[in-house]
Design a protein. Sequence first.
Lengths: 158, 306
Amino acid sequence: MICAVGGQDRVEAVFRRVHRRLWRSLLLFTGDAELASDAVAEAFAQVLRRGDAVDDVEAWVWRTAFRIAGGLVGARSNSTDLGAVDGSAPPTGSLVEFLGLLGDLSPQQRACVALRYVGEYTSLEIGELLGTSASTVRVHLSRAHAALRQTITEAEHA
Amino acid sequence: MPDDFDSVVAARCSAVDDVRVPADLWSRVQFKVLDRPPVQFTEEEETMIDLETPSHTDEQQERTRRVLVAGLLAAAAVVAIARVAIRTDDPVSPADQPSPTVTVPVTVPARALFGTPGEHFVPGTYYVDEVEGTATPRIFVTLGDGWTNLGDKLFGIDGGGDAMFDRADRVYADACHASEGFHAGPVTTLDGLVTALTEQQGWAEVTAPTDVTVNGYAGKRFQRTAPADKTGCNTIDAPFRSWETDGVGEPNFFWYQPRDSETLLVLDVNGTIIIIKTVTSDLRENPDAAPLAAMLASIRIEQASG
Protein backbone atom coordinates (compact mmCIF):
# COMPACT_ATOMS: atom_id res chain seq x y z
CA MET A 1 0.00 0.00 0.00
CA ILE A 2 1.51 3.31 -1.08
CA CYS A 3 -0.33 5.32 1.50
CA ALA A 4 -0.32 4.07 5.07
CA VAL A 5 -3.65 2.84 6.31
CA GLY A 6 -4.15 5.86 8.52
CA GLY A 7 -3.25 8.16 5.65
CA GLN A 8 -5.72 6.51 3.32
CA ASP A 9 -8.42 6.80 5.93
CA ARG A 10 -7.70 10.49 6.17
CA VAL A 11 -7.89 10.96 2.42
CA GLU A 12 -10.97 8.84 2.12
CA ALA A 13 -12.66 10.90 4.81
CA VAL A 14 -11.97 14.03 2.80
CA PHE A 15 -13.26 12.30 -0.30
CA ARG A 16 -16.52 11.37 1.37
CA ARG A 17 -16.97 14.93 2.54
CA VAL A 18 -16.14 16.88 -0.62
CA HIS A 19 -16.29 14.68 -3.70
CA ARG A 20 -19.84 15.60 -4.70
CA ARG A 21 -19.24 19.34 -4.41
CA LEU A 22 -15.88 18.99 -6.12
CA TRP A 23 -17.25 16.90 -8.98
CA ARG A 24 -20.13 19.30 -9.59
CA SER A 25 -17.77 22.28 -9.46
CA LEU A 26 -15.58 20.60 -12.03
CA LEU A 27 -18.62 19.78 -14.16
CA LEU A 28 -19.43 23.48 -14.20
CA PHE A 29 -15.82 24.29 -15.02
CA THR A 30 -15.27 21.73 -17.75
CA GLY A 31 -18.78 21.20 -19.09
CA ASP A 32 -17.77 17.56 -19.37
CA ALA A 33 -18.80 14.86 -16.91
CA GLU A 34 -16.00 12.49 -17.86
CA LEU A 35 -13.35 15.18 -17.51
CA ALA A 36 -14.77 16.06 -14.12
CA SER A 37 -14.56 12.43 -13.01
CA ASP A 38 -11.04 12.04 -14.32
CA ALA A 39 -9.82 15.18 -12.60
CA VAL A 40 -11.36 14.18 -9.27
CA ALA A 41 -9.96 10.66 -9.45
CA GLU A 42 -6.50 11.82 -10.51
CA ALA A 43 -6.29 14.45 -7.78
CA PHE A 44 -7.22 12.00 -5.04
CA ALA A 45 -4.92 9.35 -6.49
CA GLN A 46 -2.04 11.80 -6.39
CA VAL A 47 -2.67 12.80 -2.80
CA LEU A 48 -2.82 9.15 -1.80
CA ARG A 49 0.57 8.60 -3.37
CA ARG A 50 1.97 11.49 -1.36
CA GLY A 51 0.83 10.01 1.91
CA ASP A 52 1.41 12.19 4.94
CA ALA A 53 3.44 14.74 2.97
CA VAL A 54 0.26 16.74 2.31
CA ASP A 55 -1.04 18.53 5.37
CA ASP A 56 -4.26 20.08 4.09
CA VAL A 57 -5.67 17.32 1.90
CA GLU A 58 -8.88 19.13 1.09
CA ALA A 59 -7.21 22.32 -0.17
CA TRP A 60 -4.58 20.32 -2.03
CA VAL A 61 -7.18 18.21 -3.81
CA TRP A 62 -9.32 21.17 -4.87
CA ARG A 63 -6.30 23.05 -6.17
CA THR A 64 -4.89 20.03 -7.98
CA ALA A 65 -8.21 18.88 -9.44
CA PHE A 66 -8.82 22.28 -11.02
CA ARG A 67 -5.31 22.39 -12.43
CA ILE A 68 -5.70 18.91 -13.86
CA ALA A 69 -9.09 19.81 -15.27
CA GLY A 70 -7.64 22.94 -16.82
CA GLY A 71 -5.07 20.87 -18.60
CA LEU A 72 -7.63 18.37 -19.77
CA VAL A 73 -9.89 21.14 -21.05
CA GLY A 74 -7.05 22.68 -22.98
CA ALA A 75 -6.28 19.37 -24.60
CA ARG A 76 -9.75 18.50 -25.79
CA SER A 77 -11.96 19.87 -28.57
CA ASN A 78 -14.49 22.62 -27.96
CA SER A 79 -17.39 20.21 -27.77
CA THR A 80 -19.27 19.96 -24.53
CA ASP A 81 -19.78 16.36 -23.56
CA LEU A 82 -22.53 16.12 -21.06
CA GLY A 83 -23.38 12.49 -21.71
CA ALA A 84 -24.03 10.23 -18.78
CA VAL A 85 -20.97 8.95 -16.98
CA ASP A 86 -21.25 5.57 -15.34
CA GLY A 87 -23.54 5.84 -12.38
CA SER A 88 -24.54 9.45 -12.95
CA ALA A 89 -27.62 11.10 -14.31
CA PRO A 90 -26.93 13.33 -17.32
CA PRO A 91 -27.54 17.06 -17.02
CA THR A 92 -30.65 18.26 -18.76
CA GLY A 93 -32.46 21.30 -20.04
CA SER A 94 -31.48 24.61 -18.51
CA LEU A 95 -28.24 23.32 -17.05
CA VAL A 96 -27.06 22.19 -20.46
CA GLU A 97 -27.88 25.63 -21.81
CA PHE A 98 -26.08 27.32 -18.92
CA LEU A 99 -23.02 25.15 -19.32
CA GLY A 100 -22.94 26.25 -22.92
CA LEU A 101 -22.96 29.89 -21.83
CA LEU A 102 -20.14 29.22 -19.39
CA GLY A 103 -18.15 27.82 -22.28
CA ASP A 104 -17.90 31.37 -23.64
CA LEU A 105 -16.06 32.54 -20.52
CA SER A 106 -12.33 32.39 -20.08
CA PRO A 107 -11.00 29.42 -18.08
CA GLN A 108 -10.15 31.73 -15.19
CA GLN A 109 -13.65 33.18 -15.18
CA ARG A 110 -15.23 29.75 -15.34
CA ALA A 111 -13.09 28.43 -12.52
CA CYS A 112 -14.01 31.39 -10.33
CA VAL A 113 -17.73 30.96 -11.09
CA ALA A 114 -17.56 27.24 -10.33
CA LEU A 115 -15.63 27.70 -7.10
CA ARG A 116 -17.80 30.59 -5.98
CA TYR A 117 -21.29 29.24 -6.66
CA VAL A 118 -20.83 25.47 -6.44
CA GLY A 119 -17.67 25.19 -4.38
CA GLU A 120 -19.06 27.88 -2.07
CA TYR A 121 -15.65 29.44 -1.54
CA THR A 122 -15.00 33.09 -0.80
CA SER A 123 -12.92 35.24 -3.11
CA LEU A 124 -9.97 34.97 -0.76
CA GLU A 125 -10.22 31.19 -0.61
CA ILE A 126 -10.60 30.97 -4.38
CA GLY A 127 -7.50 33.09 -4.75
CA GLU A 128 -5.55 30.72 -2.53
CA LEU A 129 -6.80 27.70 -4.48
CA LEU A 130 -5.99 29.21 -7.85
CA GLY A 131 -2.75 30.83 -6.72
CA THR A 132 -3.89 34.37 -7.27
CA SER A 133 -5.23 37.27 -5.26
CA ALA A 134 -8.73 37.85 -4.01
CA SER A 135 -8.93 41.07 -6.01
CA THR A 136 -8.11 39.21 -9.19
CA VAL A 137 -10.79 36.66 -8.42
CA ARG A 138 -13.28 39.43 -8.03
CA VAL A 139 -12.34 40.92 -11.36
CA HIS A 140 -12.83 37.54 -12.98
CA LEU A 141 -16.24 37.20 -11.34
CA SER A 142 -17.17 40.72 -12.34
CA ARG A 143 -16.25 40.11 -15.96
CA ALA A 144 -18.00 36.75 -15.91
CA HIS A 145 -21.14 38.40 -14.61
CA ALA A 146 -20.99 41.01 -17.33
CA ALA A 147 -20.61 38.41 -20.04
CA LEU A 148 -23.28 36.11 -18.62
CA ARG A 149 -25.73 38.94 -18.12
CA GLN A 150 -25.52 39.83 -21.78
CA THR A 151 -25.78 36.28 -23.06
CA ILE A 152 -28.58 35.32 -20.69
CA THR A 153 -30.51 38.44 -21.64
CA GLU A 154 -30.06 37.71 -25.32
CA ALA A 155 -31.13 34.11 -24.82
CA GLU A 156 -34.27 35.19 -22.98
CA HIS A 157 -35.24 37.58 -25.75
CA ALA A 158 -34.48 35.16 -28.55
CA MET B 1 -28.37 45.50 -10.83
CA PRO B 2 -25.26 43.46 -10.02
CA ASP B 3 -26.70 42.37 -6.65
CA ASP B 4 -29.76 40.81 -8.24
CA PHE B 5 -27.73 39.18 -10.96
CA ASP B 6 -25.56 37.49 -8.38
CA SER B 7 -28.64 35.53 -7.32
CA VAL B 8 -29.45 34.80 -10.97
CA VAL B 9 -26.07 33.20 -11.47
CA ALA B 10 -26.37 31.34 -8.19
CA ALA B 11 -29.75 29.96 -9.23
CA ARG B 12 -28.41 28.84 -12.59
CA CYS B 13 -25.44 27.15 -10.97
CA SER B 14 -27.60 25.39 -8.42
CA ALA B 15 -29.08 23.28 -11.21
CA VAL B 16 -25.88 21.25 -11.09
CA ASP B 17 -27.02 19.98 -7.69
CA ASP B 18 -29.59 17.85 -9.51
CA VAL B 19 -26.89 15.99 -11.42
CA ARG B 20 -26.17 12.67 -9.78
CA VAL B 21 -22.50 12.22 -9.07
CA PRO B 22 -20.94 8.99 -10.38
CA ALA B 23 -21.04 6.31 -7.71
CA ASP B 24 -17.76 4.74 -8.74
CA LEU B 25 -15.44 7.70 -8.25
CA TRP B 26 -13.57 6.17 -5.31
CA SER B 27 -13.05 3.00 -7.30
CA ARG B 28 -11.52 5.11 -10.06
CA VAL B 29 -9.19 6.66 -7.50
CA GLN B 30 -8.03 3.28 -6.28
CA PHE B 31 -7.57 2.01 -9.81
CA LYS B 32 -5.38 4.99 -10.65
CA VAL B 33 -3.28 4.40 -7.54
CA LEU B 34 -2.76 0.72 -8.34
CA ASP B 35 -2.07 1.52 -11.98
CA ARG B 36 1.04 3.55 -11.16
CA PRO B 37 4.22 2.28 -9.46
CA PRO B 38 4.92 3.66 -6.00
CA VAL B 39 6.98 6.87 -6.05
CA GLN B 40 9.06 8.26 -3.23
CA PHE B 41 8.82 12.05 -3.23
CA THR B 42 11.57 14.11 -1.77
CA GLU B 43 10.54 17.16 0.19
CA GLU B 44 11.67 19.32 -2.71
CA GLU B 45 9.64 17.37 -5.20
CA GLU B 46 6.64 17.55 -2.95
CA THR B 47 6.71 21.33 -3.00
CA MET B 48 7.64 21.61 -6.66
CA ILE B 49 5.35 19.14 -8.31
CA ASP B 50 1.63 19.52 -8.16
CA LEU B 51 0.93 17.57 -11.31
CA GLU B 52 2.46 14.34 -12.41
CA THR B 53 1.05 14.92 -15.86
CA PRO B 54 2.13 18.31 -17.06
CA SER B 55 -0.66 20.33 -18.53
CA HIS B 56 -0.52 21.52 -22.09
CA THR B 57 -0.57 25.07 -20.78
CA ASP B 58 2.58 24.40 -18.77
CA GLU B 59 4.22 22.85 -21.82
CA GLN B 60 3.30 25.81 -24.00
CA GLN B 61 4.69 28.23 -21.45
CA GLU B 62 7.90 26.28 -21.21
CA ARG B 63 8.27 26.23 -24.99
CA THR B 64 7.65 29.96 -25.13
CA ARG B 65 10.20 30.54 -22.41
CA ARG B 66 12.79 28.47 -24.26
CA VAL B 67 12.16 30.31 -27.52
CA LEU B 68 12.58 33.65 -25.79
CA VAL B 69 15.83 32.58 -24.16
CA ALA B 70 17.09 31.36 -27.51
CA GLY B 71 16.15 34.68 -29.02
CA LEU B 72 18.08 36.58 -26.37
CA LEU B 73 21.13 34.42 -26.90
CA ALA B 74 20.92 35.01 -30.64
CA ALA B 75 20.71 38.74 -30.08
CA ALA B 76 23.77 38.60 -27.85
CA ALA B 77 25.64 36.76 -30.60
CA VAL B 78 24.75 39.51 -33.06
CA VAL B 79 26.20 42.08 -30.68
CA ALA B 80 29.41 40.11 -30.34
CA ILE B 81 29.80 39.90 -34.09
CA ALA B 82 29.07 43.60 -34.54
CA ARG B 83 31.88 44.66 -32.21
CA VAL B 84 34.55 44.86 -34.89
CA ALA B 85 37.83 46.80 -34.67
CA ILE B 86 40.14 46.67 -37.65
CA ARG B 87 43.62 48.11 -37.13
CA THR B 88 46.40 48.35 -39.63
CA ASP B 89 49.74 50.23 -39.76
CA ASP B 90 49.72 50.59 -43.57
CA PRO B 91 48.49 53.71 -45.26
CA VAL B 92 45.01 53.14 -46.43
CA SER B 93 42.90 54.59 -49.08
CA PRO B 94 39.54 55.90 -48.09
CA ALA B 95 38.05 52.68 -49.32
CA ASP B 96 40.28 50.77 -47.00
CA GLN B 97 39.63 52.89 -44.00
CA PRO B 98 39.19 50.64 -41.02
CA SER B 99 35.60 50.41 -39.87
CA PRO B 100 34.97 52.25 -36.66
CA THR B 101 34.23 50.20 -33.63
CA VAL B 102 30.56 49.53 -33.62
CA THR B 103 28.66 48.64 -30.56
CA VAL B 104 25.11 47.63 -31.27
CA PRO B 105 22.98 47.88 -28.14
CA VAL B 106 21.03 44.77 -27.41
CA THR B 107 17.38 45.63 -27.73
CA VAL B 108 14.71 43.04 -27.40
CA PRO B 109 11.54 44.33 -29.00
CA ALA B 110 8.83 45.14 -26.51
CA ARG B 111 6.01 42.63 -26.51
CA ALA B 112 2.32 43.12 -26.11
CA LEU B 113 1.50 42.87 -22.42
CA PHE B 114 -1.71 40.90 -22.62
CA GLY B 115 -0.99 37.82 -24.64
CA THR B 116 -1.84 34.51 -23.06
CA PRO B 117 -3.65 34.44 -19.71
CA GLY B 118 -1.56 32.52 -17.23
CA GLU B 119 1.65 33.45 -19.02
CA HIS B 120 4.63 34.07 -16.74
CA PHE B 121 6.30 37.18 -18.13
CA VAL B 122 9.95 37.03 -19.03
CA PRO B 123 11.59 40.07 -17.43
CA GLY B 124 11.59 42.84 -19.95
CA THR B 125 9.55 45.60 -21.50
CA TYR B 126 5.95 45.22 -22.56
CA TYR B 127 3.32 47.55 -23.96
CA VAL B 128 -0.37 48.18 -24.31
CA ASP B 129 -1.81 50.24 -27.12
CA GLU B 130 -5.39 50.32 -25.98
CA VAL B 131 -7.09 50.67 -22.62
CA GLU B 132 -10.57 49.28 -22.20
CA GLY B 133 -11.32 49.52 -25.88
CA THR B 134 -9.82 52.98 -26.45
CA ALA B 135 -6.71 53.16 -28.60
CA THR B 136 -3.74 54.97 -27.07
CA PRO B 137 -0.12 55.63 -27.95
CA ARG B 138 1.94 52.71 -26.80
CA ILE B 139 2.35 52.63 -23.04
CA PHE B 140 5.46 50.71 -22.05
CA VAL B 141 6.07 48.99 -18.75
CA THR B 142 9.14 47.11 -17.57
CA LEU B 143 8.61 44.00 -15.51
CA GLY B 144 11.10 42.15 -13.37
CA ASP B 145 10.90 38.58 -12.15
CA GLY B 146 7.69 37.03 -10.93
CA TRP B 147 5.00 38.78 -12.97
CA THR B 148 2.09 36.82 -14.43
CA ASN B 149 -0.70 37.62 -16.87
CA LEU B 150 -3.71 36.99 -14.65
CA GLY B 151 -6.30 37.33 -17.39
CA ASP B 152 -9.05 39.91 -17.71
CA LYS B 153 -6.41 42.58 -18.32
CA LEU B 154 -4.85 42.08 -14.91
CA PHE B 155 -1.23 41.33 -14.24
CA GLY B 156 0.29 40.58 -10.90
CA ILE B 157 3.40 39.57 -9.07
CA ASP B 158 3.85 36.51 -6.92
CA GLY B 159 3.58 37.38 -3.28
CA GLY B 160 2.83 40.98 -4.10
CA GLY B 161 -0.22 42.53 -5.65
CA ASP B 162 -1.99 43.16 -8.89
CA ALA B 163 -1.93 45.87 -11.53
CA MET B 164 -4.17 46.97 -14.32
CA PHE B 165 -4.76 49.64 -16.93
CA ASP B 166 -8.24 51.07 -16.86
CA ARG B 167 -10.53 53.96 -17.77
CA ALA B 168 -13.47 55.34 -15.86
CA ASP B 169 -16.73 56.35 -17.49
CA ARG B 170 -18.50 56.98 -14.21
CA VAL B 171 -17.34 57.32 -10.61
CA TYR B 172 -19.57 56.37 -7.70
CA ALA B 173 -20.21 59.17 -5.24
CA ASP B 174 -19.83 56.69 -2.39
CA ALA B 175 -17.78 53.53 -2.87
CA CYS B 176 -19.67 51.87 -0.03
CA HIS B 177 -23.16 52.81 -1.22
CA ALA B 178 -23.59 52.50 -4.94
CA SER B 179 -27.23 53.46 -4.47
CA GLU B 180 -26.08 57.05 -3.84
CA GLY B 181 -25.38 57.34 -7.53
CA PHE B 182 -22.45 58.79 -9.36
CA HIS B 183 -20.19 61.79 -8.86
CA ALA B 184 -21.42 64.79 -10.83
CA GLY B 185 -18.11 64.91 -12.66
CA PRO B 186 -17.02 65.60 -15.30
CA VAL B 187 -14.68 62.64 -15.29
CA THR B 188 -13.49 63.13 -18.84
CA THR B 189 -10.62 65.39 -17.82
CA LEU B 190 -7.59 64.68 -15.67
CA ASP B 191 -8.55 67.09 -12.93
CA GLY B 192 -12.19 66.08 -13.10
CA LEU B 193 -11.51 62.37 -12.72
CA VAL B 194 -8.94 62.84 -9.97
CA THR B 195 -11.35 65.09 -8.11
CA ALA B 196 -14.12 62.51 -8.36
CA LEU B 197 -11.83 59.72 -7.16
CA THR B 198 -10.38 61.67 -4.26
CA GLU B 199 -13.75 63.06 -3.20
CA GLN B 200 -15.36 59.62 -3.34
CA GLN B 201 -16.79 58.74 0.05
CA GLY B 202 -16.11 55.56 1.98
CA TRP B 203 -12.35 55.28 1.91
CA ALA B 204 -10.33 54.99 5.12
CA GLU B 205 -7.52 57.08 3.75
CA VAL B 206 -6.90 59.09 0.59
CA THR B 207 -3.59 60.87 0.03
CA ALA B 208 -3.34 64.25 -1.64
CA PRO B 209 -2.62 63.89 -5.37
CA THR B 210 0.84 64.84 -6.54
CA ASP B 211 1.61 66.07 -10.03
CA VAL B 212 3.57 63.75 -12.28
CA THR B 213 4.66 63.88 -15.89
CA VAL B 214 5.37 60.86 -18.03
CA ASN B 215 7.03 61.63 -21.35
CA GLY B 216 5.31 64.98 -21.40
CA TYR B 217 1.88 63.64 -20.53
CA ALA B 218 0.44 65.24 -17.42
CA GLY B 219 -0.82 63.11 -14.60
CA LYS B 220 -1.48 62.77 -10.92
CA ARG B 221 -0.59 60.09 -8.42
CA PHE B 222 -2.30 59.26 -5.14
CA GLN B 223 -3.19 56.36 -2.88
CA ARG B 224 -6.39 55.08 -1.31
CA THR B 225 -7.03 52.53 1.40
CA ALA B 226 -10.33 50.74 1.92
CA PRO B 227 -11.62 50.60 5.48
CA ALA B 228 -11.45 47.44 7.56
CA ASP B 229 -15.16 47.53 8.35
CA LYS B 230 -17.44 46.91 5.38
CA THR B 231 -20.61 46.78 7.46
CA GLY B 232 -23.51 48.16 5.50
CA CYS B 233 -21.58 48.41 2.26
CA ASN B 234 -23.16 47.32 -0.98
CA THR B 235 -22.96 43.51 -0.83
CA ILE B 236 -20.94 41.06 1.17
CA ASP B 237 -18.75 40.02 -1.71
CA ALA B 238 -18.54 43.38 -3.48
CA PRO B 239 -18.44 45.91 -0.68
CA PHE B 240 -16.57 48.61 -2.52
CA ARG B 241 -17.00 49.90 -6.04
CA SER B 242 -15.10 52.92 -7.23
CA TRP B 243 -15.80 53.45 -10.91
CA GLU B 244 -17.50 51.83 -13.87
CA THR B 245 -16.19 51.33 -17.36
CA ASP B 246 -18.48 50.73 -20.27
CA GLY B 247 -17.63 47.67 -22.23
CA VAL B 248 -19.35 44.80 -23.95
CA GLY B 249 -22.55 44.15 -22.07
CA GLU B 250 -22.85 45.47 -18.55
CA PRO B 251 -20.31 47.92 -17.14
CA ASN B 252 -17.27 46.47 -15.45
CA PHE B 253 -16.15 47.53 -12.05
CA PHE B 254 -13.35 46.46 -9.74
CA TRP B 255 -14.46 44.88 -6.48
CA TYR B 256 -12.41 45.84 -3.47
CA GLN B 257 -12.06 44.07 -0.14
CA PRO B 258 -11.51 45.68 3.24
CA ARG B 259 -8.06 47.16 3.77
CA ASP B 260 -7.14 46.91 0.08
CA SER B 261 -4.53 49.55 -0.64
CA GLU B 262 -4.16 50.98 -4.12
CA THR B 263 -1.86 53.41 -5.86
CA LEU B 264 -3.36 55.21 -8.82
CA LEU B 265 -1.44 56.91 -11.58
CA VAL B 266 -3.93 58.90 -13.63
CA LEU B 267 -2.64 60.26 -16.91
CA ASP B 268 -4.05 62.43 -19.69
CA VAL B 269 -2.88 60.71 -22.85
CA ASN B 270 -4.02 62.87 -25.73
CA GLY B 271 -7.38 63.46 -24.12
CA THR B 272 -7.92 59.88 -22.98
CA ILE B 273 -7.71 59.66 -19.21
CA ILE B 274 -5.87 56.48 -18.29
CA ILE B 275 -5.77 54.92 -14.84
CA ILE B 276 -2.81 52.71 -14.05
CA LYS B 277 -3.34 51.14 -10.67
CA THR B 278 -1.69 48.70 -8.36
CA VAL B 279 -3.49 46.98 -5.53
CA THR B 280 -2.22 45.08 -2.53
CA SER B 281 -4.41 43.27 -0.07
CA ASP B 282 -3.76 43.71 3.60
CA LEU B 283 -5.05 40.18 3.98
CA ARG B 284 -2.01 38.86 2.16
CA GLU B 285 0.81 38.10 4.57
CA ASN B 286 3.76 40.47 4.19
CA PRO B 287 2.86 41.95 0.81
CA ASP B 288 5.87 43.31 -1.05
CA ALA B 289 4.90 46.55 -2.74
CA ALA B 290 8.38 47.32 -4.08
CA PRO B 291 7.94 45.51 -7.41
CA LEU B 292 4.65 47.30 -7.94
CA ALA B 293 6.30 50.65 -7.32
CA ALA B 294 9.11 49.73 -9.68
CA MET B 295 6.61 48.84 -12.36
CA LEU B 296 4.85 52.19 -12.01
CA ALA B 297 8.15 54.02 -12.11
CA SER B 298 9.01 52.28 -15.37
CA ILE B 299 5.95 53.56 -17.26
CA ARG B 300 6.88 55.21 -20.55
CA ILE B 301 4.57 56.51 -23.25
CA GLU B 302 5.43 57.06 -26.86
CA GLN B 303 4.70 60.41 -28.37
CA ALA B 304 1.81 60.35 -30.79
CA SER B 305 2.73 61.58 -34.25
CA GLY B 306 1.05 64.63 -35.61
